[in-house]
Design a protein around this ligand. Structure first.
Ligand SMILES: [Zn+2]
Length: 220
């Protein structure tokens, strides 16, 4: 990460996690977090959580929802949406952002539309959604890159944000818990470690993972 790109002002890009649901998995509560990137050129939302219950999700996770549109959250203020991947708990709020660009890897979009039991397809293809299907790495905004990170799904991507000397990475489910970054196994997990992030934000842990720190697991 030697060619770090300076932004207009130091610290101008910030990342804020927002809890949009709690899942109940094997007796544990697992949050679902989405992340807002405030950038001088626009406001980016990474993943959209869920806004309604669906029998398939209820059966698997008994979720409690805190939908973005029912929180003190400015839905209209989001300029760009990114889906790290299209599992149901990451795209269930996409319908709130009809008409705005939603960036996803093309492989992920194809798989979500084609494979059985991959996601809730009507959430992926809610009316009037405008997907921008990406092939590989792109710069979304100055200092904000989308990078493919296969592992959790073949079409997963992470968002690399230049917030300081080292980047922050918004990982989606590339790692579901901290141990998967402590001992990376998938291509995506190795990529995140190779980026040497200051913080790695996971979708299902409230606090960010930091390298070299004894990280507490996120369950509570
Ligand atoms: Zn997932």
């Amino acid at each position: 990460m030697t060619d770090r790109r300076p932004v207009s002002a130091a610290g101008a890009i910030t990342i804020t996690p927002i809890v949009v649901a709690d899942l109940h998995v094997e007796g544990e509560v697992m949050p679902v977090c989405v992340h807002v990137i405030d950038h001088p050129d626009g406001r980016v939302l990474v993943d959209t959580g869920m806004t309604e219950l669906h029998p398939a999700v209820v059966a698997a996770f008994a979720p409690r929802l805190y939908p973005l549109n029912e929180q003190d959250f400015d839905v209209a203020g989001i300029d760009i949406v990114v889906n790290t991947h299209l599992h149901a708990d990451h795209c269930g709020g996409n319908h709130l952002f009809a008409g705005r660009p939603i960036y996803v890897q093309r492989r992920e979009l194809d798989d979500a539309r084609r494979e059985e039991d991959y996601t809730i397809r009507e959430w992926v293809d809610a009316p009037d959604l405008q997907y921008v299907a990406v092939d590989g790495e792109i710069e979304l905004l100055p200092g904000v890159r989308l990078v493919p990170a296969p592992g959790h799904t073949p079409g997963s991507q992470v968002v690399v944000v230049e917030t300081g000397d080292r980047p922050d990475v918004i990982c989606g489910d590339t790692a579901v818990w901290f141990g998967e970054l402590d001992e990376p196994r998938t291509e995506g997990q190795r990529l995140v470690r190779a980026l040497d992030p200051e913080k790695a934000w996971l979708a299902h842990v409230r606090e960010p993972w930091r390298s070299g720190v004894t990280n507490a697991e996120g369950s509570e």
